[in-house]
Ligand binder design. Structure first.
Ligand SMILES: Nc1nc2c(ncn2[C@@H]2O[C@H](COP(=O)(O)OP(=O)(O)O)[C@@H](O)[C@H]2O)c(=O)[nH]1
Ligand SMILES: [Mg+2]
Length: 363
């Protein structure tokens, strides 16, 4: 029997969930015609090793281990490009997605019933009763409404992480996908030149079998970042826009601290200003670590202190560049607010490039 379907399992610490899931997939699809592609982002629990162990005795299982990279969306893209199967599904490895739907999805695609099949937590007949996370359910409802507006596709669950489509269609869209955030389905739908036809499959969304969820409250933020990336991101890169926004908030923090400190230390403006600079830098470091680089987030006292020092040093250099450029331009006769703006721009690009490289280890 030839290979029909690849099931991509993006994984992060899912060691114990792999073997039982492969078994369930076999139960749903039979022994042949499919392969499982585990795309693991260098999990610390040995998920990739476990996958390779399975693969030694089961040729239907393959592992892609990625080093220094993170992200559900980019893991799915990796999978699209690494399989020879004409159809490809993406699903969670934690057993929240029932493999029993796979056969029906595949049959619907082969029969040409739709361009893409999506398992929906909110379609008629679906259930999230076992999910037991009411807060997450509410968030999904809100995000769904926004998503429907963008893609122009009527979907009950555009944030679903469980779907199937022809691999050639997915691969054709890859060069234009944004690949950030968690919502690869939304990315695919929004990137397609004409609205895709969708067939929904009601899903009984289960509790995760083992391990813990990697998503946190910032999921809505991820979603908004994805929207930005699809629209204005072409003009100003998303990460830089975030970095800049965080910087602008830092200015507000700076003034707030200065306004508090200065009245009580009037004689020494420079102390108040220095205090405000340090607080604003710390705030910017924290917020960038939490949002801008959430996929590379530094954790633990050592990493945080090291990162903070790196960030402060980087900003010191950026500040120097800022003043140098602004002074030069102003002395050449440029209107002072414009000279200041040029300084700020040069300083922030510099800070962005350097901290990206040296604090959060990008590139
Ligand atoms: N490769 C990869 N997989 C990830 C990443 N984040 C989450 N996953 C996997 O994506 C799936 C969904 O993540 P999960 O934490 O269960 O999200 P939730 O179901 O929304 O709580 C699981 O199989 C995770 O192991 C990541 O950064 N890289
Ligand atoms: Mg999950």
């Amino acid at each position: 029997m030839t290979l029909d379907l690849a099931i991509i399992l993006p994984t992060l610490n899912e060691r114990g969930n792999l073997a039982p899931l492969v078994e369930r997939i076999e139960g749903a699809l039979g022994a042949e015609g499919w392969e499982v592609l585990i795309v693991d982002d260098d999990s610390k629990d040995g998920t990739a090793d476990e996958g390779r162990e399975l693969a030694r005795s089961d040729r239907r299982v393959r592992v892609i281990q990625r080093i220094g990279r993170r992200g559900l969306a980019s893991a799915a893209i990796e999978g699209f490009c690494a399989t020879a199967a004409p159809y490809v599904a993406v699903m969670d490895a934690d057993h929240q997605h029932d493999p029993a739907l796979l056969a029906g999805m595949l049959a619907a695609l082969k029969a040409g019933e739709a361009d893409i099949c999506v398992a929906s937590r909110f379609a008629e007949g679906a259930s999230t009763a076992d999910w037991a996370e009411p807060e997450r359910e509410k968030l999904s409802g809100l995000a769904n409404r926004i998503a429907r507006g963008i893609t122009g596709v009527e979907l009950t669950d555009p944030m679903s992480g469980y779907f199937m489509l022809p691999t050639s269609v997915a691969r054709a869209l890859v060069p234009r996908l944004s690949g950030i955030g968690f919502k690869i389905l939304l990315d695919l739908l929004a990137t397609a030149d004409r609205p895709m036809t969708v067939k929904e499959f009601p899903l009984n969304f289960a509790k995760r079998r083992e391990g813990e969820s990697k998503l946190d409250r910032a999921i809505l933020f991820d979603f908004l970042a994805g929207l930005y990336d699809k629209t204005l991101g072409r003009v100003i890169p998303t990460r830089f826009a975030l970095f800049g926004t965080v910087g602008a908030l830092g200015v507000i923090v700076h003034y707030a601290v200065l306004a508090t400190l200065f009245p009580v230390m009037t004689a020494t403006f420079w102390k108040a200003q220095l205090g405000a600079v340090l607080v604003a830098m710390t705030f910017n470091f924290w917020l960038n670590n939490w949002l801008t680089y959430r996929d590379k987030r530094l954790k633990g006292a050592g990493a945080l202190i090291g990162g903070w020092i790196g960030f402060v040093l980087t900003c010191a250099v950026g500040g120097f560049a800022n003043v140098a450029v602004a002074t030069l331009l102003q002395s050449q006769g440029l209107f002072w607010p414009l000279a200041a703006l040029a300084g700020i721009l040069v300083g922030s690009v510099w800070n962005y490039a350097l901290s990206s490289r040296f604090v959060w280890g990008r590139f």
